[in-house]
Design a protein around this ligand. Structure first.
Ligand code: FAD
Ligand code: EPU
Length: 338
């Protein structure tokens, strides 16, 4: 029988380090542990929050339902050809440990996603991405348990409806499924993706002309450590907002007043770095009480130690307002506010 704890603090379970409590809390190591939680069979049922590493959540209130902490483990090869390999990982595996495992085997495809905090099961939720690669680029399928009837379904690529920091699990299927495993398809003869400017620059600096995936992973870690705060030292959840996508027309109009505004073409128009917009509104490095934006990166909101979730949310609202007033651009949060 799964142990259910009552009224426990979630401070150590979220990378913002917000001290709220959960009415009930259960750690699960298997699907059977999940199914055997009595609260999931009561009527009315309490609210459920599936928790991985808590690295993309801002708690603004105590959670009055049951928090289910995912500790499912296991990595296996499920299919192999001469050139490709399919790796199935249980959703409670630490994402970066999966990356390290694949890099050590020279299975290419996720090395650019090195050092992203959190679990494998959360990776499809927002289609994690960094340095020119997104989960969708290697995604094969996932298995998920329907939290209503505990039926297990397989979702393929199309069914997940991945987009930039998006999937069906953040929208139509929000809070309806527990993702229990993810299968990715990797290359045995890796194709190196060093298109991201900073990777290219550092490879050149080190005189590496023919990088392997270990080099890419190491360099990505180096870049990330240089600009993103370590949640073990200062509470944060990475980028707080998504980078907004605006039309080419709006971008060209804004460029007349702000010629230095960066922008990158994609299929929806122009993606503008939210960090640049926030910095241009004077927010970079500003501290308000126990919260603020990181000194090295304007897009990262931080907890200096004793911030309440509501204070961080209030800061986010002020930032959204400044960016809207100055550029007429709407910022949307990437972080899940609970
Ligand atoms: P949690 O925060 O625990 O959960 C996130 C959401 O997913 C919640 O809604 C939760 O209910 C749901 N969820 C979690 N697991 C499951 C499951 N098994 N089944 C169903 N629902 C589930 N993200 C990027 O994309 N790219 C980056 O480069 C990046 N850099 C970061 C850097 C730092 C320093 C930090 C702190 C965060 C960064 N992030 C980045 C955000 C974060 O790491 C990812 O979103 C990560 O996938 C979250 O994993 P988690 O296990 O911590 O999820
Ligand atoms: N910039 C500023 N001020 C700053 C920081 C950056 O103006 O303080 C500008 C610079 O012009 C820079 C540009 O913003 O060139 C982009 O910055 P960066 O390369 O750091 O990337 P980002 O757009 O801020 C995105 C992801 C990150 C991911 C990196 C690398 C989003 C919301 N964020 O950040 O993901 O690691 O690219 O690919 O798309 C996350 O999702 O939590 C996350 C950290």
């Amino acid at each position: 029988m799964t142990e259910i704890k009552q009224d426990i603090s979630l401070k150590q379970y979220n990378t913002f380090g917000i001290d709220v409590s959960a009415s009930q809390f259960a750690e699960i190591k298997t699907i059977e542990d999940l199914v055997s939680i009595p609260a999931l069979k009561t009527s009315p049922r309490p609210d459920i929050l599936i928790l991985g590493g808590g690295s993309n959540i801002l708690f603004v209130n105590d959670f009055k339902g049951i928090v289910i902490k995912n500790c499912l483990k296991g990595i296996e090869t499920v299919k192999e050809t001469e050139t490709e390999v399919w790796i199935k990982a249980a959703s409670g595996e630490i994402w970066n440990e999966l990356v390290e495992y694949c890099v050590s085997k020279n299975y290419g495809g996720i090395e650019n996603l090195s050092l992203i905090p959190g679990t494998v099961g959360a990776a499809p939720m927002q289609n994690i991405g960094a340095y020119g690669v997104e989960l969708k680029d290697v995604f094969d399928s996932l298995e998920a348990v329907n939290l209503k009837d505990f039926d297990i379904s397989t979702f393929n690529f199309e069914q997940c409806r991945f987009g930039y920091r998006e999937s069906i699990f953040k929208h139509q299927l929000k809070d309806q499924f527990f993702i229990n495993s993810v299968t990715i398809r990797l290359h045995k003869f890796p194709k190196i993706n060093s298109s991201y400017g900073q990777i290219h620059h550092l490879l050149n600096k080190e005189g590496i002309t023919n990088p392997n995936i270990g080099d890419i992973s190491r360099i990505v870690c180096q870049i990330r450590r240089s600009k993103l705060p370590d949640p073990a030292i200062i509470g944060n959840a990475g980028s707080f907002f998504k980078n907004p996508e605006i039309t080419e027309h709006q971008y060209n109009e804004l460029k007349k007043s702000y010629p230095e505004m960066p922008g990158y073409h994609n299929d929806k128009g122009i993606k503008v770095p939210a960090a640049w917009l926030i910095e241009s509104c004077g927010w970079k490095g500003r501290r308000i009480g126990e919260t603020g934006t990181h000194l090295e990166h304007a897009l990262v909101l931080v907890n200096y130690g004793h911030a309440k979730g509501a204070e961080i949310k209030a800061l986010a609202s002020e930032i959204i307002k400044s960016v809207k007033d100055k550029f007429d651009i709407e910022l949307n949060t990437e972080v899940n506010i609970v």
